[in-house]
Design a protein around this ligand. Sequence first.
Ligand code: ADP
Length: 583
Amino acid sequence: MKEAFWHLGWFFKKTYKRYIFVAFFLLVLSIIPVLPAKLLGLAIDEISTGILTFSHLLLFIGALLLVAIARYLINWVYHYEISRLGHQLSFELRENYIRHLFELDSETYERYTKGDLISRATNDLQNLTVLATNFLQTVFFNTGVVLSAVFMMMIINSLLTLASVIMMPFAIFWLNKKRLKKRAYYKIHREIYADMTENVLESIEGVKTVRAYANEEQDFIKTKKAIDRDIDSWWKIIKFESIYGPLFELVYTVSYFIAISLGSYMVITSNITAGELITFLMYVGMLYGPLVALSNVLNQVNNIAISDQRYHEVVSIVPKIVNTEYSKPILGFNKIEFKNVVFKYPKENQEVLMDVSFSIEKGKTIGIVGPTGSGKSTMIRQLLREYNVLGGEILIDGIDIKEFNTDDVHDLIGYVPQDHILFRRSVDDNILIGNPRASARDVHRAVALADFNKDLKELPYGLETMVAEYGGSLSGGQRQRLSIARALVRDPEILILDDSLSAVDALTEANIIKNLKEARQGKTNIIIAHRFSAVTMADEILVVENGRITNRGIHEELLKYDNWYKMQYLKQINEANEDGVGE
Ligand code: ADP
């Protein structure tokens, strides 16, 4: 718990003046409740001794009213300020978290599921806000009420006070000890909750696929199981709380009983007045709520400590690929060289790339082909600096790619991935993600090059048409062409098409290739393709098989020998002759 406060130190440091302000108001709020009881006791004593006058009565009523008004006003100011602090903290925590997510490298995203990352940004983050607001309020306010009530009780009679409250601290101590044992279980529950979030998220995201395969029932059962697991784990916590929670009530009732019996005896023996006894009993009554709240705080402590651990686990991950003050800037290049590159994905045992060497000269077009899963995409994605290579090096004009500023390297590249990530925004906003500063002319040029013009005519509002989540409202080919336009709008030095023409028909593919050839003179293109027609004009074609480059050369050279390339090419020609390729 100390750690959680420590982690929020930056926030307390910059808002401490506001915290002092709210702490003062809280202190006043915790003292005020003792006043009405005191006034009532005085009034009763005056009534029982027959000295209450009309003006005195008015004074009592006026004082009670004043207390009520003061309480309301102070409460109002206090709640306004503490809510503002809470909102500011949750906003800043969320901002830090999301900013950090953008800095993390791919390895982290393989370690955590989306559901887990979301539950840390919602549930756990919320608990941290509770720590800086409700938690502090509960502790300070209730401690204040308990201390002022006990202080006032001691003034009335210390023996009666001692006899009435002695059992309470022991009961709370014992209860909390029991609860501490449950702490580990809260952590398990949090993991079960994250798993459920992931399941629900997957079901929502995959609803179309699930429906297409008439798999709703099975998917529902899977999601329901995750929800049931969550409910079960809550039940365990609730059962525990139900057994131990009411125990305190029992102890409290006994204390109240002692206060009434001993107090009445003291009234009879004239140690205290009847008014004092009533005031005293009201103070005992005031203790229950705050003591229960304070003992429940331990529950929150568990929750908050775990949330703090989960939130900070993510925000303290240091990405492996970071820019330093020594990172070199880069605006252009003449040659990129892969030298004996070896690579494996962090969680896998098997290398995906083995001894890969080739070079890309500025202005050239490189085609990359090979069986599915042979490592083409992995190979070319090394330019995006998602991971560090295991062996060998990638050089840009003779300097290791690691030495350059990663953002600059990204700026050189327009990458069209296999999965087209489209956002629920208009078509032109989706394109502008490639270059937010692009002019309308740039957008139209990119659209024309990607052969997306014909699609615009079909879309109801052209460039302003809203795209559904994940591009659900567009055809596979349209999604590909839109992604290509997004990459082209920045007119990148290097364009990478990662199997980005698979869903377009042969004619559209030919149009796009022709457009690129004409418009991208002097710029570099890397085209990974299944259909060889997309790479036949390349300056060099690399054939990748099982993580190695097994052949290289221009199309005509590769056809001279019996190899995978020739075999595949002939097969594709036959297939095209038989039925043509359509969208
Ligand atoms: P290609 O582009 O030739 O189809 P990929 O480069 O996508 O092949 O994949 C090469 C191999 O690496 C495949 O066996 C694939 O399963 C594996 N792979 C791809 N991405 C990941 C990843 N993020 N984590 C682990 N393995 C991966």
